[in-house]
Each structure stands twice: as C-alpha cells, then as structure tokens.
Design a binder for this molecule. Structure first.
Ligand code: 8YV
Length: 316
C-alpha cells in the first residue's frame, strides 16, 4: 500500500518534516505553491500537518474529501477550524505539555528582560556607553512584586511555579476559578491588571480571547506595569498597546507574539522599554524534538488504527 498523502499547510519544523518525509508522501504547501497540481491531489489527501500558527480554514478542509486527521505541531490550534474538521469526520491533535517549561521559562525571561532592561544593558556595555557615561538608569524590581497571570492552564501554572520562586504574589484570571490552584482568581483581566505589577498573558488564542487585553486593561495595569505576552498576538489589541506604551499608560512590555507575524509594527521595534522576541516560546532543540515526535506520533497512531496520543479536547 502506498504511503498516505499529507498536506503540509505551512512551513514546518525540519524536525517534524523529517518524520513525515520518512513515512508519508508529503505535499509541502502545494495548495499555495501550485494550485493546479493541488486540485489533482486534493481528493487523495488523508492528513494535514500544521504548526501552531497555521491557518486551516473550513474552505481548505472542504477541498479534502478524504481528510482524516489534522496534526498540529504546537499546543495552540486557534488557526484550525475544528468544527469544520469534525463535520468532515476528521480528528485534530496538538502537542500539549511537552512545551510547558520552555514557554514558562520565556515568560519569566521576558519579564526579567523588560524589567531589568537587559537588552539595553547589553548594548550599553557593548557600545562603550558605560565607560563613557557611567552607570545606567535604574530599572524595576521583579522579586517580591505582584504578577497577574491571564490564563491558568498548564503553562500558566508553570509560570506561577517559577514566579513563586521569585517570591512574587500570584493572582490570575480565567473563565472559571480553578479549585486546584491556591492563587486568587479575578473575574476579569481589568480587575487582575489593577492589582498587578506584571501582567503575563498565556491564554489560548481565537475568537473568544481576541483583544481581551485592550485599552481598559492596560490603563488598569498602570504606568509602572509591564505586560508580557507569550500566548497569541490576537489576545492583545496591538494598536491599543502601542498607544499605551507611547503615552506612558503602561511602563513597558515583553512580547513574543504579534498580531500579524512575522510583521512587527515599527513603533514597537523602536521603543526602548519594549523587549521583543520572534515567537520562540517553544523554540529549543529539546522541546521542538519532543513536539515533532508527538505530532508525528499522533499521525502514526491514527494510521495504525490506534488511539490518538493527544487529541484536542473537542475531539476527545
Ligand atoms: C510554535 C506555538 O511556535 O505551541 C504553540 O501553540 O505557537 C509554538 O509552540 C509553533 O507551533 C511552531 O511553528
């Protein structure tokens, strides 16, 4: 029997692609690169391989009558129309847990970098400004401060664990209060921001959280507050954030995700009190390998007729 045909819908990690190429017939972005050829192969596509940032809309799913599974290399699957997949009889899988540590590490890293002005300090030394002008302006303290976590899922809890080691007081907001965490729950992001020095966003993307962090939340965070986003760019109203940073409504930001990646507004790139990274939350060799193994493992299990390793909750 020939290897199942798989459509890679966006540029995938070479680690994931290596597994796919060894076991399947992979059509890498054929729908974009060669629509004519794609039309011919579409009826034979049995799986989609995607990344956390991929868009898999209903309009694409409808073109694939034999689609059985969408395996996302990433925990977030907000770009996938899960209901359309289910309607087609296809399952969706993702890669939870294996990236919790890395994303939480980066959240703390961005918080420290923004508060302690690490990128500016680096430039200060390397350009000889230290020798020229003397000590740098003072920064803000992280240890013992108040952190508000927007989203208390697996990664939110990993961030809280790290924040606790910094003696931070921890509170959170999420749709429902959790019985299994000891932190104070706030019903809204605005209420949480009002009692936070650092607001860390780690809630899923998608329609329900779009622009959850808006002008009102930023105002509540206040002029000494620092926003950290390691979730999805869509969760923060980027225009409102830029205004808040420009007029001093908030004190600074550490951002790993953006509304229109990989395009980052020039205004954010120009601001000295903003620290940016290019969506690297899970980008370590170890974690990306674990994600590749799990994303592939889901496909392998499916085609072997076994239970999926990590289906998304809607497909459990
Ligand atoms: C990856 C992610 O950046 O897990 C997610 O939801 O966004 C990330 O881990 C992505 O899937 C790799 O392209």
């Amino acid at each position: 029997m020939s290897a199942p045909n798989i459509l890679a819908v966006s540029q995938l990690s070479p680690l994931y692609l290596a597994h796919l190429n060894a076991h399947f017939t992979v059509h890498d972005r054929l729908h974009v690169n060669n629509p004519e050829q794609f039309k011919a192969i579409a009826p034979q596509i049995r799986a989609i391989a995607a990344s956390g940032e991929s868009k898999v809309p209903a309009s694409l799913i409808e073109l694939l009558p034999k689609l059985e599974i969408i395996s996302v290399f990433g925990v977030g699957y907000d770009g996938v129309d899960v209901q359309a997949a289910i309607a087609r009889g296809a399952k969706v899988t993702h890669t939870p847990n294996v990236l919790n540590d890395d994303v939480a590490d980066l959240a703390i890293g961005l918080m420290l970098a923004a508060a302690r002005q690490l990128p500016a300090s680096d430039v200060y030394v390397k350009t000889g400004t230290w020798a020229e002008k003397g000590p740098m302006p003072l920064a803000r303290k992280v240890s013992g401060a108040r952190v508000g976590i927007v989203g208390m899922g697996r990664i939110g809890q990993a961030i809280a664990k790290r924040a606790a080691a910094f003696d931070m007081s921890i509170a959170y907001t999420s749709r429902n209060a959790r019985a299994d965490v000891p932190f104070k729950h706030y019903a809204s992001a605005t209420e949480l921001a009002a009692v936070s020095d650092y607001l860390v966003v780690i809630t899923p993307g998608g329609a329900t959280t779009k622009h959850l962090i808006n002008a009102e939340v930023l105002k509540a965070l206040g002029k000494k507050g620092i926003l950290v986003n390691v979730a999805r760019g869509s969760v923060v109203d980027e225009a409102a954030l830029i205004s808040a940073l420009v007029d001093g409504t908030i004190g600074g930001a550490g951002l790993d995700v953006f509304e229109n990646e990989p395009n980052v507004p020039q205004a954010l790139r120009d601001m000295p009190h903003v620290v940016l990274s290019p969506h690297i939350g899970s980008a370590t060799t170890q974690t990306r390998q674990a994600m590749a193994d799990l994303a592939f493992g889901n496909l392998q299990s499916h085609f072997a007729g076994q239970a999926l390793l990590t289906p998304v909750p809607e497909c459990m």
